[in-house]
Design a protein around this ligand. Structure first.
Ligand code: SF4
Length: 260
């Protein structure tokens, strides 16, 4: 196996939102490839900031790795995430189909929402059972400060893409808001935008993994959460995590420094 494709499949990790989540990394590069460079990213700085989709990992390799993994570990869901933005994988739709066929499990995709404005990306994501998007800002200035996007991505474009996707998607649509000191004062404004998107579930998060910025305390997050009252909420400090007895791909899990 080529070294840059190490640990295409990893986990399962114990996820507060998905259960025992077997990860698939459709990017799988040593460099982080993403359309954002979020100030809180646990992977460090974005080494390749791009909006160009390309094939990073062939479908047959994902099928082989998943089959092998499921002979060794048990999982509740297959989750596309990893070392960058999953929707940058041009073959994402094919990979989702292969993952479902090979595993027989529901398939989730964790995306930063930046490319949902594109029809080809929405069509790929529509093949998943669960899609978790992200929205950490309420205006362009805050978006630039927190997510440091590629020059071709605008706040309005992200919100418009999220609304289009919401209207089309038949699966479960979750929206995460990552709160850090930089955006906590904007919780009311962010909640207003989230309300206008109307996801099935809102996930209130703060970076508990190693990060350049400090996470909010549970008391601070409780205050922020009040802005979202009436919505179907899940919060990182309040959620239980399932027990994972055995996992694979320890190198990738260590690199991601996370349990999702
Ligand atoms: S979108 Fe995700 S992977 Fe990309 S920089 Fe932000 S936190 Fe990191």
């Amino acid at each position: 196996m080529r070294s840059q494709h190490r640990d295409v499949v990893y986990g399962p990790v114990s996820s507060w939102r998905l259960g025992r989540s077997l990860g698939v990394d459709p990017i799988c590069q040593e460099r982080k490839v993403c359309s954002f460079d979020c100030i809180y990213c646990s992977l460090g700085a974005t080494e390749e900031k791009t909006v160009e989709r390309r094939v990073f990992v062939p479908a047959r390799q994902v099928a082989r790795a998943l089959k092998d993994a499921l002979g060794k570990v048990e999982a509740d869901v297959v989750t596309f995430s990893g070392t960058g933005e999953p929707t940058l994988a041009q073959n994402l739709g094919e990979l989702i189909e292969v993952a479902r066929e090979t595993s027989g499990l529901p398939v989730a995709v964790l995306t930063n929402s930046s490319l949902k404005i594109r029809k080809d990306v929405r069509e790929d994501l529509a093949k998943a059972d669960i899609v978790k998007g992200k929205l950490d800002a309420s205006n362009e200035e805050l978006f630039l400060a927190v997510n440091r996007p590629h020059a071709e991505i605008s706040f309005e474009g992200v919100v418009s893409g999220l609304k289009k996707f919401r209207a089309e998607f038949r699966g479960k649509f979750q929206l995460e808001v990552m709160f850090v000191p930089e955006n906590m004062a904007f919780s009311q404004e962010i909640a207003k935008v989230v309300r206008s998107i109307n996801p099935d579930e809102v996930q209130i998060n703060t970076p508990l993994r190693p990060s350049q910025v400090r996470p909010l305390t549970s008391q601070e997050l409780e205050i922020v959460q009040r802005s979202f009252s009436g919505m179907n909420l899940r919060s990182v400090y309040r959620s239980e995590k399932p027990l994972v007895e055995k996992s694979i791909g320890e190198h990738k899990i260590r690199r991601l420094k996370r349990s999702d």
